[in-house]
Write a protein that binds this ligand. Structure first.
Ligand SMILES: *Cc1c(COP(=O)(O)O)cnc(C)c1O
Length: 429
């Protein structure tokens, strides 16, 4: 970062500090990852200098020879990896990808059906605070109270009652596999377009370790930066019959010029994902999540749905007498980063909910395996005990978190992550 440090030491210092943080903390945020040096190089390239509104062979600006080749290469790789008929890689991120699908498939005021945010769905699937819930008449389904699994009967009932134009499945905080066939059947029975949003688990799908909705539903959206381990971005896959509606919705419907440097980074990530190494990585993401779930359950933690079948788990902290926010903040002080999250039927408000969400994609990229999951579970238990200890004051608790954070740093120093250049003592690797 020599040029950056000269031109703008202020920004340079912030990036350096964040680099250190990403090295020395255990990152369990289920949507985060570490991209490779190759993805960082492509994403930081001179492709950021080019404007290319439109699509290959039909752009609004000249000088597109290389950009057209690059975008088409990226599209080919998505098609090969996911078996998609048509692909659009221009959405700026997952949220605009979903917005574009709504623009393509529904008119404002139409009815849409999606999974409630409080039960693990995403904001953009019709939450009232999001534009998807403001412009469309949104109805929401959830999970069953006893099993924590999606209430497919409720989905079916709501679909017949409200005749939605669009039905969203896919999630941000649901530890189980979605039955895409069931959603497709419900969609057919009411002539709704079924959209599967695989933002969180598209890397698992690419590796062949999670059911692939692409051949099953009408449209599939995804982010590119979660388990897929690419740069921040979005993409849409669909049947040929929807191709022109989707493309027109992305541009000119919603966006202007695509972020070519990000498309290049995505192309690189897709090449990486089509490899035995990546498939082994995805396998380990699942094995680590299962190991972490098992170790926490053994320690008496309550997991939503009783466990996990994917890369994430939801832990209800209420049996420990803690809120999710208290737990997430205490864990961060101990060097373990996660987010507070609602659990289904949460009696607490969304911004101060009962649960935490834990995911294994980032720690698996840096090489953690089952034995590290065991250590993490033990630290999580220690943090919960410290936080709940009424006899200790705030400073005493801080001191005990700091001791754990030092042990976390020592572990992290043995697992350098791609793209990170500083050890926990600040020295370059
Ligand atoms: C993360 C996520 C998104 C949104 O992605 P952004 O890149 O944050 O806009 C959309 N849908 C689901 C299910 C997600 O998990």
């Amino acid at each position: 970062m020599a040029d950056l440090m000269t031109t703008d030491p202020e920004v340079g210092a912030i990036i350096r500090a964040e680099n250190r943080r990403q090295h020395r903390k255990i990152r369990l945020i289920a949507s985060e990852n570490y991209v490779s040096e190759a993805v960082l190089e492509a994403t930081g390239s001179i492709l950021t200098n080019k404007y290319s509104e439109g699509y290959a062979g039909a752009r609004c600006y000249e000088g597109q020879r290389e950009i057209d080749r690059m975008e088409q290469l990226c599209i080919q790789r998505v098609k090969a990896l996911f078996g998609a008929e048509h692909v659009n890689v221009q959405p700026y991120s997952g949220s605009p990808a979903n917005q574009a699908v709504m623009i393509a498939m529904a008119k404002p005021g139409d009815c849409i059906l999606g999974m409630s945010l409080a039960h693990g769905g995403h904001l953009t699937h019709g939450a009232p605070v999001s534009i998807s819930g403001m412009l469309y008449r949104s109805h929401q389904y959830g999970v069953c109270r006893d099993t924590g699994l999606i209430d497919y009967d409720q989905v079916e009932k709501l679909a017949h009652e409200h005749q939605p134009r669009l039905i969203f499945c896919g999630h941000s905080a649901y530890p189980r596999i979605v039955d895409f066939e069931r959603f497709a059947a419900i969609g057919r029975s009411v002539q709704a377009v079924v959209v599967a949003d695989i933002a969180h688990f598209s890397g698992l799908v690419a590796a062949g370790l999670h059911p692939n909705p692409v051949p099953v539903v009408d449209v599939v959206t995804s982010t590119t930066h979660k388990t897929l381990r690419g740069p921040r971005g979005g993409m849409i896959m669909c049947r040929q019959e929807h191709a022109s509606a989707i493309d027109r919705a992305v541009f000119p419907g919603l966006q202007g010029g695509p972020h070519n440097h990000v498309t290049a980074g995505l192309a690189v990530a897709l090449k990486e994902a089509d490899s035995a190494e990546f498939r082994a990585y995805a396998r380990q993401v699942l094995d680590n999540a299962a190991a972490l779930a098992e170790a926490l359950t053994r320690r008496g933690f309550r997991l939503s749905s009783g466990g996990t079948e994917n890369h994430l788990l939801l832990v209800d902290m209420s049996p420990r007498g803690l809120s999710g926010k208290q737990m997430a903040k205490s864990l961060d002080a101990a060097g373990i980063v996660c987010n507070f999250n609602s659990v289904p039927f949460d009696p607490r408000p969304p911004l101060n909910p009962s649960g935490i969400r834990l995911g294994t994609p980032a720690v698996t990229t840096r090489g953690f395996r089952e034995s590290e999951m065991e250590k993490i579970a033990a630290w999580i238990e220690q943090v919960a005990d410290i936080r709940a200890d009424q006899s200790a004051d705030r400073d005493q608790r801080r001191e005990r978190y700091r001791e754990i954070a030092a042990a976390v740093r020592a572990l992290c120093d043995g697992f350098p992550a791609p793209g990170l250049r500083y050890r926990s003592n600040g020295k370059p690797v």
